[in-house]
Design a protein around this ligand. Structure first.
Ligand code: SF4
Length: 217
């Protein structure tokens, strides 16, 4: 994707603007609860971008139950994984136990398969629907396609709306910048590994806040 000079400048300005807003919201030494709360702004802003774009132009082909994009590698930021782990505390213990088992099994399958990653269903996909829809990461929120067929065939090129993609990427990059300014890592992690880190390490959030290296499996 080749951007003109003006588009590049606009993208850069928007990243800086988002970064400053996020850094202001976080302050210098955010508490964990505040750090988890602020990433919700990113999710709301990406949702708004996708909704606005759908209103002004061609409607994406995405429909409930169409889950081709839930069979590919998904990356999340550490704060998204921690926020999701905090939300999952409300799940019954047995369901959380099943989830951990599913994550371990998926990780084993990923590791046995090597590269390139095979098309495995996301561990949160149930009956072709996302079981964590309100808390899904920004990369899932911005995913869209104008061709269900291209998605089903696993095509390399999925027709998308460039404006949605750019706006969402600016929001993600700006948000990452704001967190980094507060000394917090935003290095992307593969979803399965990120969730095992966030759910299995009791002090994952505290370690992340303290700037410790993330030891995802
Ligand atoms: S988190 Fe939800 S939307 Fe994202 S890949 Fe998994 S099932 Fe799909």
């Amino acid at each position: 994707m080749q951007l003109g000079e003006q588009e590049q400048a606009a993208l850069k300005a928007s990243i800086i603007q988002v970064g400053q807003r996020v850094a202001r919201e976080l302050g210098e030494r955010p508490e964990l609860a505040q750090a988890l709360h602020v990433v919700g702004f990113l999710h709301a802003a990406v949702d708004k971008t996708v909704a606005q774009a759908a209103l002004r132009g061609e409607k994406p082909a995405c429909q409930p139950g169409c889950a081709s994009c839930c069979h590919v590698r998904v990356e999340v930021s550490p704060v998204e994984a921690l926020r999701l782990a905090a939300c999952l505390q409300d799940w019954p213990a047995a369901r959380r136990q099943d989830l951990l088992q599913g994550l371990q099994q998926r990780l084993a399958r990923l590791e046995n398969a090597g590269e390139p990653s095979p098309r495995l269903p996301c561990v949160f996909l149930q009956d072709s629907m996302c079981s964590i829809y309100p808390w899904r990461p920004a990369n899932c929120r911005k995913a869209h396609s104008f061709s269900a067929e291209a998605c089903q065939q696993g095509a390399e090129h999925i027709p998308q709306d460039l404006a949605i993609t750019l706006a969402a990427e600016a929001l993600q990059a700006g948000t990452a910048q704001g967190y980094r300014q507060a000394g917090l890592s935003m290095a992307p992690l593969e979803l399965t590994r990120a969730m095992l880190w966030a759910l299995e390490q009791p002090a994952a959030g505290v370690a992340w806040l303290a700037g410790e290296k993330i030891t995802a499996p």
